[in-house]
Ligand binder design. Structure first.
Ligand code: NAD
Length: 263
């Protein structure tokens, strides 16, 4: 099947869809024919992504919804709203998203010796617990609906593998996301649900815009491909993992990092 039509009629949920990597995933999925639910804590930015999708890929039933992924109540409401909105009108069966990308994430950087407990907790709550809550809610809905296939994609980070100065909270959260993904893959395979992780390196987004230029210059110097990545390059890997082109792949992590930290 042509790469541009691999997700026709697939209902997809993208958290963090209002910005950066999440927005690029929404655009890539819509370009492959998917109906995209853009979910973000920032509803204004989610609506901006929706406007882009509605302009470029009309008539596919895209939707924007607010969510705080660190809140169980908010995540459950999100999944219920999607199922009500996309209910099959002839059979009255709820339709959960069969593809989910967990791109919502935050940083709150500080050196280990200076980090406050709440700075540690907040990052774990959004990045790790948020991924758990969304993955659990979506997979429960898929299993209840008797779905035969699903693809859940988590977003870790290369720094979850190698660590990064000033990111003890963030690197711990992202290492946790990889472990969660591998375990979810083992438990959910029997329901036809695959779970895989993408590990971006340093990607140009509002998240990395906060990093001082001299730090970016130092980082770029050690990336074998000699540049930071683009959100669309992470979205390409997500589209592969979402599609049937990866139908025998589960529990893996794909590094999208320009060769950073090879080996
Ligand atoms: P970004 O800041 O551009 O986008 C993150 C989005 O998540 C924002 O729209 C934000 O509103 C949303 N969000 C934050 N907290 C939320 C919450 N509690 N509930 C719902 N939405 C919430 O960042 P990005 O660079 O696009 O990052 C996307 C993902 O990729 C994150 O998980 C990040 O950790 C990961 N990542 C990014 C890089 C990079 O270099 N940019 C590298 C590795 C991993």
């Amino acid at each position: 099947m042509a790469a541009s039509s691999r997700l026709i009629s697939r209902l997809t949920l993208v958290t963090g869809g209002g910005s950066g990597i999440g927005r690029a995933v929404c655009q890539r999925f819509a370009s492959e024919g998917a109906s995209v639910v853009v979910a973000d804590r920032n509803e204004e930015s989610a609506n901006q992504t929706l406007e882009l999708l509605s302009r470029d890929h009309k008539g596919q039933g895209h939707l924007a919804l607010g969510v705080d992924v660190s809140s169980k109540d908010s995540v459950e409401k999100l999944v219920t709203s999607i199922q009500v909105k996309f209910m099959c009108l002839s059979c009255f069966l709820a339709a959960p998203p069969s593809v989910c990308v967990n791109a919502a994430g935050i940083t709150q950087d500080e050196f280990l010796l200076k980090m406050e407990e709440d700075e540690f907790d907040k990052v774990i709550e959004v990045n790790l617990k948020g991924t758990f809550l969304v993955t659990q809610a979506v997979s429960k809905a898929l299993v209840s609906a008797g779905a035969v296939k699903g693809s859940i994609i988590t977003v870790g980070s290369i720094v979850g593998k190698v660590g990064n100065i000033g990111q003890v909270n963030y690197s711990a959260s992202k290492a946790g996301v990889e472990g969660l993904t591998r375990t979810a893959a083992k438990e959910l395979s029997k329901f036809g649900i695959r779970c895989n992780c993408v590990l971006p390196g340093f990607i140009t987004t509002p998240m990395t815009d906060k990093v001082p230029e001299k730090v970016i210059d130092k980082l770029t110097a050690v990336i074998p491909m000699g540049r930071m990545g683009e959100p669309a390059e992470v979205a390409d890997a997500c589209a592969f993992l979402a599609s049937d082109d990866s139908r025998y792949i589960t529990g893996i992590s794909i590094e999208v990092a320009g060769g950073l930290f090879i080996g």
